[in-house]
Design a protein around this ligand. Structure first.
Ligand code: ZN
Length: 302
């Protein structure tokens, strides 16, 4: 039976059993132009849907629940959609993270080219949102061979592009035998991304036309697991995927379910990464080699 002080130390901010953190990857047209190389009107209009149809619904949902989110915004989207970015900034409770300049892949570019894009991209986001991005998500969940060096150089607090755990951890990059990095990893997963379920495309073929009820079942079960483990539930959504009426209603139901627990902490990625790091330092385990993801609480079933 853990002592009360041990139990408190194992909780987020000494009082929350589980952290919930939502990403909105606001790619707009750059997903189609930057990742798929499609610049004709119809694919580009799928990016346009983000701004016209989906973001107002996402804002209405987050506002109604009064919860923060982390918006991952390619710098080109800040160039092209200043009004939509102002809508995010004016809420005052959301975080904005770095997500490439053009939603470009960083797998095959040189260190210097990636540094130049990151420098320009950070400056563009600072100008638009009046805050320096402290988190990175390399598109599309693909950290490049040089990105970790640059994240340290630009003093990022966290990355969210790797898959090495289902709880925050301190990553090694290269993954096999590389050094422990100075930033926290908030790992992603395809299970907790709306795109595999909801992104349909003929070219390249992607089959995502799942029913919202199937996805709700998976996401609720994932949350239940994170809750039991005293961990962190990180969900990634894309406006053009989640923004359709039945899907936004499903996300509403999921948020209401998670809010029904009185010891769940809704926070931005940056706040979760900062708190996780603080707890590790306090426990004296930040510098531990290959330490497990913990600290985990004494699990009790609910
Ligand atoms: Zn993206």
């Amino acid at each position: 039976m853990p002592r009360a002080s041990e139990k408190m130390a194992s909780m987020w901010h000494s009082r929350y059993r589980c952290a919930v953190t939502l990403s909105v990857d606001f790619d707009a047209e750059t997903l189609w132009s930057g990742t798929f190389g499609l610049t004709t009107p119809s694919p580009m209009s799928r990016g346009d849907y983000d701004v016209r149809a989906a973001l107002p619904r996402i804002h209405a949902l987050l506002d109604r629940h009064e919860i923060p989110a982390t918006f991952m915004v390619p710098a080109q989207v800040a160039d092209e959609h200043p009004d939509a970015c102002a809508e995010i900034a004016q809420r005052g409770r959301h975080e904005v993270g770095y997500h490439g300049y053009h939603h470009e892949s960083v797998l095959d570019i040189s260190l210097d080219a990636e540094r130049e894009l990151m420098k320009r991209g950070i400056a563009r986001l600072e100008q638009t949102f009046d805050a320096t991005p402290r988190g990175n998500r390399s598109p599309p969940f693909a950290l490049g061979p040089h990105t970790a060096e640059l994240l340290e150089e630009f003093r990022f607090v966290y990355d969210s592009s790797l898959f090495g755990h289902d709880e925050p951890y301190r990553p090694r990059v290269p993954v096999s035998g590389g050094p422990l990095r100075e930033f926290v990893e908030l790992p992603v997963s395809w299970e907790l991304d709306d795109a595999p379920y909801f992104l349909f495309s003929f070219f390249p073929y992607m089959s995502g036309l799942s029913t919202p009820s199937q996805v709700l079942e998976i996401w609720k079960a994932e949350f239940d697991g994170s809750y039991r483990a005293g961990g962190c539930f990180l969900l990634v959504v894309h406006p053009f995927c989640i923004g359709r009426h039945p899907r936004i209603a499903m996300l509403d139901e999921l948020i209401a379910y998670m809010k029904s627990f009185d010891d769940v902490w809704f926070a931005t990625h940056l706040d979760v990464a900062g708190e996780w790091r603080r707890r590790r330092i306090e426990a004296g385990t930040w510098d531990e080699q290959d330490a497990a993801a913990g600290p985990a609480p004494a699990a009790t079933a609910r």
